[in-house]
Write a protein that binds this ligand. Structure first.
Ligand code: O7M
Length: 213
């Protein structure tokens, strides 16, 4: 994934037409497309291949199962052209390792989640989840743009691993704050795809990211 604009588009729309329209409008301003269940369930798994022809695709299936099931899910995603996958870490090191092996290291592990409820169960164990991501050989972690101070704290634990950070815009986080705190990429959905001018919104965020650097 090219580190140019440092924006990952969260393409949480539910039709192929909307997906194509948004991607066409913003492809010059984002480095990757994150695909989650809403788009895959609405359009079918071949959307992964289709989007991978335009940009690197991160499959955000928040994989959280026993090692064998995790491996099967990751293999399906990677065989359709995904460049990376996202898994949960609370399942334990064997389950995360199964993802890492199946994705040849291209795994991001969720730590503290960005929404208010993320404070309830994920925040108290986020440091341990980050440590696990590192020891399992993951590529990076997911950390909250809604709490930039947590990005900075988690950065100290993971060293040179990558941080991708959701929560900018609709959830209240600021792109420049997340980047300044140590995020490599911000993940943005509604602030781009719900904007009247998605291309303009993505460009404005790309400009704001530069401010944070
Ligand atoms: O910008 P939004 O709020 O419209 O979308 C944010 C995206 O990031 C959406 O796809 C969420 O599923 C995802 N996300 C979070 O919002 N918070 C988290 O803590 C973790 C994720 C995520 O990407 O996990 C991998």
């Amino acid at each position: 994934m090219q580190k140019k604009n440092r924006i990952i588009l969260a393409l949480d729309v539910t039709s192929r037409a909307d997906a194509m329209r948004i991607v066409e409008a913003v492809k010059g301003y984002v480095d990757a497309i994150k695909i989650n269940w809403p788009l895959v369930l609405a359009t079918g798994p071949d959307i992964i291949r289709e989007m991978s022809r335009v940009k690197d695709v991160i499959c955000d299936f928040k994989i959280a199962d026993i090692p064998n099931t995790n491996k099967l899910i990751v293999e399906q995603a990677m065989s359709r052209g995904a460049s990376a996958v996202i898994c949960h870490g609370f399942t334990g090191d064997d389950s995360v390792k199964a993802c890492v092996d199946a994705a040849k290291g291209q795994v991001f592990v969720v730590t503290e989640m960005s929404h208010p409820g993320g404070k309830q169960f994920t925040a108290p164990v986020a440091d341990k989840l980050a440590t696990l991501a590192k020891s399992a050989g993951a590529r990076g972690i997911v950390a909250p743009a809604t709490r930039p101070e947590r990005i900075a704290a988690l950065r100290k634990i993971i060293g040179g691993l990558e941080i991708i950070s959701p929560g900018v815009g609709a959830q209240g986080g600021k792109a420049s704050d997340a980047i300044r705190a140590g995020a490599d990429y911000i993940i943005v959905g509604r602030a781009i795809y719900d904007a009247p001018d998605p291309g303009g919104a993505a460009k404005a965020l790309a400009d704001e990211v530069k401010e944070g650097m």
